[in-house]
Write a protein that binds this ligand. Structure first.
Ligand code: GLC
Length: 544
């Protein structure tokens, strides 16, 4: 094992993750220190003061490991090293040391469902042939049909097309994502031992937690049974069942054994090392099974991300998520955007309307108890880039399905007059995806110190979230009576209270009786003894 630098001691608060604000750094698009047009670890290191000033508690870094980058690093060839595109292990050590010195924790992505086809294990499996122990680490199977010319079952890749690829000797291997991402066989003890060791490798290097990629996927139903339909047979894609139904390759009960083995490893390190699941399950109840004192600490609430811009939709999702979190004793994990989904400014209507709503949604999310994840650039109000030329799109799903996640992955605009707006140093013009001209006014420099900018709204809200006693409580919320289309809830600590009001009613509303406004996503005007909260806006009021 490579020697790690001694991790800086963390404040002794093992429960930090319960109420943290975690900032997702999409490494290739955050900050480019070496002018090659791709973000890197030194770029993150240089921008750490920005993140501290923003007021977040931790960063989640998407995969920076050695990888052919077929799926932007979610195809890992060496789990214990850094891809030269992003730097090296020394850069990682320097970055985490500086982050810790600034009080920022570091969560790294763990990709256990599949390796890259460039991983030495997969190369060995191909070389060793059918029936070999090397093939046992993956999911190889003989095909159906007289000559084995048909895939072993009807499973479909999440990126479109069959989930099986045939190799030269006639066997097939399973890949729930790209063919360059072969699925591992998690019933194999060597696979389990290897990942437990990989976890320790990064824990020894000082990481504070892991985001578990495809956390629901590692165990497949015994016998690899057919789903019964797919886009070839009925036209319905199996992935449409994600989060809604059961699939034989997702959310199998046995997957929980893996996390029950991982938890003691995390708990054996000081400082509250945690893990958050990217898991899709049929119901919020099944999702909650991933979290708890003997499994993972958090699971993203994608229902919150998927809620439509309506008071009923938000209220239903929030109530269900909070109820589940009470049962399992872990706080809810709120998220509005990530590197796989259309940015919420655009989901909520795009343009001015979308931005207004996104700003209001931020105040809603930050007022809720639990942990909140911020996807890089949402603090700038960035929209999805919808008009990227097809030839520049790199998402492997694009070629198979026509759907692409590149529009939420455009590099962050830091400042300056010309694209890519300070992504690289000294006016570097390179960026792996082009930034639109409209982003000049959305850059960090353009918004810093500008009252009412989205960046300053985030800074103010995060400062209050940290300081306000009522928001520090991990307890529940009290919904208040309102007119239809308005969400209002209160959080209380002693004789201090904070009320969050979100106006989704389609008309201005007058808010009174909750004390003085401390932050608002749009200008409030005084009326009588209250304030007018405009359409698609949110505000926090406090009483002490
Ligand atoms: C997760 C990641 C996504 C990736 C996929 C395969 O869903 O968030 O970006 O493509 O897993 O690893």
């Amino acid at each position: 094992m490579t020697s790690a630098t001694t991790p800086t001691p963390r404040p002794a608060d093992d429960d930090w993750w319960r109420s943290a604000v975690v900032y997702q750094v999409y490494v290739r698009s955050f900050a480019d220190a070496n002018s090659d047009g791709v973000g890197d670890l030194q770029g993150i290191r240089q921008r750490l003061p920005y993140l501290r000033d923003l007021g977040v508690d931790a960063l989640w870094l998407t995969p920076f490991y050695t990888s052919p980058q077929v799926d932007a690093g979610y195809d890992v060839a060496d789990y214990r090293n850094v891809d030269p595109l992003f730097g090296n292990l020394t850069d990682f050590d320097e970055m985490i040391t500086d982050a810790h010195a600034l009080g920022l924790r570091i969560i790294v992505d763990m990709v256990p469902n599949h390796t890259s086809s460039a991983h030495p294990w997969f190369a060995a499996a191909l070389a060793a042939g059918p029936g070999s122990p090397e093939r046992e680490r993956y999911l190889f199977a003989d095909g159906k049909g007289e000559q084995g010319e048909l895939p072993p079952n009807d499973w479909e890749s999440i990126f479109g097309g069959p989930a099986w690829t045939r190799v030269v000797d006639g066997q097939w291997y399973l890949h729930l994502f790209d063919p360059a991402q072969p699925d591992l066989n998690w019933r194999h003890p060597e696979v389990r031992a290897e990942f437990e060791d990989i976890l320790r490798f990064w824990l020894d290097r000082g990481v504070d937690g892991f985001r578990i990629d495809v956390a629901h996927g590692m165990i497949k139903a015994e016998g690899l049974p057919d789903v019964g339909f797919n886009s070839m047979t009925t036209g319905q894609r199996q992935s449409e069942l994600l989060g809604k139904g059961r699939l034989p390759y997702f959310d199998q009960d046995e997957v929980h054994d893996i996390y029950r083995a991982w938890r003691p490893i995390l708990d054996s390190y000081p400082g509250g090392r945690m893990a958050v699941a990217e898991a899709w399950a049929e119901t919020p109840q099944r999702l909650a099974r991933y979290i708890g004192p003997d499994e993972l600490h958090q699971a993203f609430s994608f229902d919150f991300l998927d809620a439509t811009w309506s008071a009923d939709s938000f209220r239903k999702v929030i109530d269900t998520a909070l109820a589940e979190s009470t049962i399992v004793g872990a706080p809810t994990t709120w998220v509005l955007s990530n590197h796989d989904r259309q940015r919420h400014v655009t989901r909520y209507g795009d343009g001015e309307v979308g931005l207004r709503r996104a700003r209001a949604a931020a105040l809603l999310m930050f007022a809720l108890p639990g942990c909140a994840y911020v996807y890089q650039g949402e603090e700038l109000g960035l929209p999805e880039v919808l008009d990227l030329p097809d030839e520049l799109r790199q998402d492997p799903a694009f070629r198979r399905t026509g759907e692409s996640r590149d529009g939420c992955r455009v590099p962050i605009p830091w400042g300056g007059e010309l694209p890519p707006y300070g992504f690289g140093p000294g006016g570097s013009e390179l960026s792996w995806l082009p930034a639109p001209a409209t982003w000049r006014s959305l850059s960090v420099a353009a918004q810093t110190g500008i009252s009412g900018s989205t960046l300053e709204l985030y800074r103010t809200a995060l400062r209050i979230r940290h300081e306000h006693p009522a928001l520090a409580e991990v307890g529940g919320i009290t919904w208040l009576e309102t007119e239809p289309g308005v969400l209002a809830f209160r959080r209380v600590a002693g004789d201090t209270e904070l009320t969050c009001v979100v106006n989704i009613s389609g008309a201005d509303v007058t808010v009174s009786g909750h004390g003085r406004p401390v932050v608002a996503s749009a200008d409030l005007t005084e009326r009588g003894d209250g304030h007018v909260l405009p359409v698609d806006a949110a505000a926090w009021f406090e009483r002490r």
